[in-house]
Write a protein that binds this ligand. Sequence first.
Ligand code: AMP
Ligand code: ZN
Ligand code: ZN
Length: 466
Amino acid sequence: MKKRPDGRFFYDSVSAKSLRVPLSGRRTCTRSARLINAGSAEDTAGVSRSPRLIKVSVMTARCRILIRWLAMLLCCGSSVLHASTLVLVSIDGFRWDYLDRPEASQMKALADRGVRVTKLRTVYPSKTFPAHMSIATGLRPAQHGIVDNYFCRTDRPDCYTMGSGKKDPTWLAGTPIWTLVEQQGGRASTFFWPESDAAFSGVLPTDYRAYDGRTPHAERVEQAISWLALPAPERPKLVTLYFSSVDSAGHTYGPDAPETLAAIADVDSWIANLWQAIEALNARENAGINLVLVSDHGMAAVDPDQFIDTNTLPRPGSFKRVNASTRVMYYPQEPDANQDALVEKLAAQSEGRYWQVSPETLAERSYVDHPAVAAIVIETDPPRMFRRGGGEGADLRGMHGYPASIDDMAAFLVAIGPDFRVGRVIPEAHQLDVYPVAASLLGLSVPEGLPSDGAALRQALSAERE
Ligand code: AMP
Ligand code: ZN
Ligand code: ZN
């Protein structure tokens, strides 16, 4: 691996040695912290150990590898010969049509050599945590429990904010793909993904990082490549990466702004570096590494002059009110909270700027039957959104969270690697299709009762894997 003048890494020759990227002494959570009691995660990295302990952990590492191979032999039979790895990369807020912009040309080139889902439809609401959790678990928000980035529940006094699952996994339901990998004898290594640092059923990924949005992209990609460059028996079955910069720029400057294009170009170059490393490993070691790029939602342009000031909306003491930017949710706090009166009051001052989402519409969006689903949900559409203070001093030109029927909310998906077809375009698939297809690719059995069998996306897989 070599370094460019701009500090980025690239590969100009294929050598196993060159593919080993040092960890630079950074803190990484390891499997020693994997099996824990809920809420008692412990980062043991950096703890000095006695020689005896080191000996024991080397033995443990050997045993782990052996156990993994035995587990694979027992459960997957012939797939041992064609072991696959999946690198699942999320580019937050990468709208479906960004891929056609010149700034995304390297990702587009990968799509041309692999599979492109033109519009990946999102769950409702199209927010970061619900959508990432749905991609990771194959469940709808009202099933995995993360129904928005911020929400309350009628059956508990506290409210959820982004990443609450790390401290308190009782917010979370379902079995994310990284947990599925671990439960079925594989190794999962996550470098960010919403709630990937939380213990699901008491299990954490072998490697994971506590979320820090300031972590340089170089560090994320280098670490992912280091994991992939491990000797085959130790190589993770699943590696995840996450980038938030395209979403952040889209919010601040708008989906068409030069700053957003620059953020796309930056991520594009990192993806190109990552793929170059993967290709080298695949060519040299027949490593069977596949790459899937996916986003959680798109981005719509918003106009601060049309923002709805939440300070002007009713706030009866008998309700908890949560502003979710494209929606406002009201949770009754008392059994006799007067919902009809609140609905009437809201309607009287709406002037067509927002409306209540009817129970039927919520049901159509599968947003029902969970204590986190508020009794009254009002929503608006772009270029409007809800904000305290309206548009006053708002550095905000882009938003998401609107229903999937708004095309600008559509996400993207690109898949490339030995287990994917070449040059296939799938006009439309759904985020819920990702989990069952990823599980098939990795030879994992999935929990029963998933809402999707992944049919729309399954044609992305090569004939043997389909
Ligand atoms: P949204 O408000 O839906 O646009 O959420 C995007 C934000 O989620 C990004 O700015 C990230 O910083 C944040 N985020 C992403 N992953 C995590 C995480 N694992 N923990 C906490 N915050 C996160
Ligand atoms: Zn997002
Ligand atoms: Zn966002």
